[in-house]
Design a protein around this ligand. Structure first.
Ligand code: ADP
Ligand code: G6P
Length: 472
């Protein structure tokens, strides 16, 4: 078994599911924030990525991708139903996102969560060099740090949560809350998107486990676990350079023409998820059409909503409701050849996505709750001429950094409508000032800065950073 000095552990391997089944594979570039964030960091770093290759049954053996070794973890249909669709995406995901949908609790799901986390821990223990750095990602694998420490006490273990970490009153609902906290505390460093999440975690550690905790350090057994906020980011320069390419500008022009050369294009790009506030946004848009504040001839909304987690009931219900509403709005307000909403469920490649960002006069990113929301950052990076208004939910992690966006509370329908109108009618000089400020911030706080700050906190003696050289 080949071993690595840096091992990333995530539920999924960063590859496209359909391609993986053929034996060949490519980086998965769509859609989801975790892979988008880690891709630019790892493609030039000697590392192993431990994860699921898609599908059920025996784990395929996969070739390296861009120099990254892929180590597959096999999952059965039952594992997927009870761990991925169940505990991860129908218990933890809704609970961590303010319980905007009701979290479900089933003992069978918890058993699967433990079983699958154990399998990931064992797979990781097999591929980590002595003294390696292991970086465990996200809510699917919260028990892995603790399980791995038992198997391999020599490792330096980091855990990063890409989604929000909820306040104690929500987390306390979890029947196995103590085990989940213990699992995370197996890490040397637990990273969150926002300082509030680290604070929630420290409070819970004290309340549930009775340990001594501050927002920076938690004493567990004979160890100190460090905690903190490390807001994830994007490869700002790469996306800006891509967006500045002639072919992207030409594609953006074609998009605008195909949209009927409207005065204003509003864009939203989401996974089809109830946390993204898609329905609230459609209601706001529909009411603005009904009141005549927005006219279909002048303004179009492009809503990209890629289906996600389609076997989970709440996601099926959401998709049905969104599609019914899009149909209603187009039926009521569209004209022949002029739909009110251009609704697209396809994944786009990087060039098309950059062109969509370039064509959007207003980008509406209005989740009810979101760990970060990289789409908001991608839009800013793509606006190379400092134009474009970002309408951003206060409840997205990105709002803490992109405070010059037009901020809205998506739960407040009137506020959302007013925010959308303000962004549509904003003075171009004001738009440019805000965009310049946000672009400047993202240039300094890009994905490399994120990786550097996390890994240097994890790797106290600096040996990994030294080995990674310029990459991180
Ligand atoms: P989440 O992690 O909840 O999916 P983020 O906004 O943080 O939300 O990340 C979504 C990522 O998926 C972004 O990098 C975005 O570019 C990508 N993405 C979303 N929709 C599409 C799509 N239709 N085609 C390609 N990539 C997409
Ligand atoms: C969010 C989560 C990721 C997840 C992604 C896509 O970004 O934080 O862990 O991979 O959504 O969701 P999926 O269920 O398709 O992996």
């Amino acid at each position: 078994m080949r071993q690595s000095s840096l091992v990333v552990v995530a539920m999924r391997l960063p590859i496209d599911d359909s391609v993986a089944l053929d034996g060949a594979c490519e980086w998965r570039r769509s859609p989801g924030g975790l892979v988008s964030a880690l891709h630019p960091l790892l493609r030039q770093t000697p590392a192993t990525w431990v994860g699921w290759a898609g599908g059920s049954g025996p784990a395929p053996s996969l070739p390296d991708v861009d120099g990254v070794r892929l180590h597959t973890v096999p999952l059965t249909r039952d594992d997927l139903r009870d761990h991925y669709e169940g505990f991860a995406n129908a218990t933890l995901w809704p609970l961590y996102h303010d319980a905007v949908e009701q979290p479900e609790h089933h003992r069978r799901w918890w058993e699967a969560y433990q079983r699958v986390n154990q399998r990931y821990a064992e797979a990781t223990a097999a591929v980590a060099e002595p003294g390696a750095i292991v970086w465990v990602q996200d809510y699917h694998l919260q028990l892995v740090p603790g399980l791995l420490r038992r198997l391999r006490p020599d490792l330096r273990i980091g855990f990063f949560l890409h989604v929000p970490f909820p306040p104690p009153e929500l987390f306390m609902q979890l029947p196995r809350r103590a085990e989940l906290l213990h699992g995370m505390l197996g890490a040397d460093l637990v990273g969150f998107q926002r300082a509030q999440a680290a604070h929630n975690f420290a409070q819970l550690a004290t309340k549930v486990l009775g340990v001594s905790a501050t927002d920076r350090r938690i004493a567990v057994d004979d160890r100190v676990v460090r905690i903190g906020a490390f807001p994830v980011s994007i490869d700002t320069d790469e996306l800006s350079a891509l967006s500045a390419r002639t072919e992207v500008a030409e594609r953006a022009q074609r998009f605008r023409r195909d949209l009927g050369d409207p005065e204003r294009v509003i864009l939203s790009v989401d996974r089809m998820d109830y946390t993204k506030g898609i329905e609230q946004r459609l209601t706001a848009y529909s009411e603005l059409l009904a009141s005549g504040h927005i006219k279909v001839r002048d303004t179009v909304l492009v809503q990209v909503a890629v289906p996600s987690r389609e076997r989970v009931g709440q996601y099926q219900i959401l998709r049905d409701r969104v599609e019914r509403e899009v149909g209603r709005i187009n039926g009521e307000f569209g004209r022949v050849g002029e739909p009110a909403i251009h609704y697209l469920t396809q994944p786009f490649d990087r060039i098309e996505l950059a062109a969509l960002y370039r064509v959007a006069d207003v980008m509406a990113v209005t989740p009810l709750r979101d760990g970060m929301n990289l789409v908001a950052k991608e839009y800013v990076a793509a606006r190379v001429d400092d134009t474009g208004a970002l309408l951003l939910s206060e409840f997205a992690g990105a709002a803490a950094e992109l405070s010059q966006a037009y901020l809205v509370n998506p739960h407040d329908l009137e506020g959302l409508k007013q925010g959308l109108l303000s962004a549509l009618q904003a003075d171009p000089a004001d738009v440019a000032t805000r965009m310049r400020g946000m672009r400047e911030h993202l240039r300094r706080h890009d994905i490399r800065a994120w990786a550097r700050s996390y890994l240097s906190a994890l790797d106290e003696n600096g040996s990994l950073l030294h080995r990674l050289g310029g990459t991180a």
